[in-house]
Design a protein around this ligand. Sequence first.
Ligand code: PEP
Length: 249
Amino acid sequence: MRKKIIAGNWKMNNTISQAEDFVASIIDRINVSDREVVICPSFVCLDTVYSVIENTNVKLGAQNVYFEEKGAYTGEISADMLVSCFVDYTIIGHSERRNIFSETDEMINKKAKTLLTRDIKPIICVGETLEQREQNKHFDFVKSQVINALKDIDEKSVAEKIVIAYEPIWAIGTGKTATAEQANEMCKFIRDTISELYSKKVADKIRIQYGGSVNAKNASQILNMPDIDGALVGGASLKDEFVSIVNFE
Ligand code: PEP
């Protein structure tokens, strides 16, 4: 049985004091054990958020990492730095990173491998544009993103460490959610792709989230679909509404 994983991606929101106040206000209501909850604040808030969630079941996530170990990469953050902040998960390949910061599949694959060497679990985002969906190219596109992101990654890591987040770009921050059926269809397709690449055993183990305008109203319908193992939540993770999403029934 795959444990559901609900991660909040704060993006570039919350100062240190805002982060501390907000997490303190929800921590008792998101400290659950039957599902995994991850908060992904900005780098500067990692330490503060950790101080609030330490000694609870809630995990800390980062929103990015650089794939080189260390050196002259001004402005970048290494996997070792994330380890030193007690980070368990890191989002990579978010469509905002791909589109605004020109990240490629190759970079995302390198980031995944680097995180795995430090035992940080990558949350790898994939997803098509509206145009690709309308041209019926969405399955081929997402399949290529999955294959490229997982290149040369061993099956044990894929089964136990990697999380894939299916985030159709047209549903991110737009209030336009994929239907539960559309989301499940692609999550199942990703699982079938993993089965082809590795094995059915690995495909049955890997967790695949849906992300894109998940909110308190639609969470339960989406999260009860058979191939959707959790949600990556943007806007709603900045509000008290996150508590309802985490506690969906
Ligand atoms: C995201 O950025 O990962 C996301 C899913 O955002 P939102 O929930 O705001 O659509």
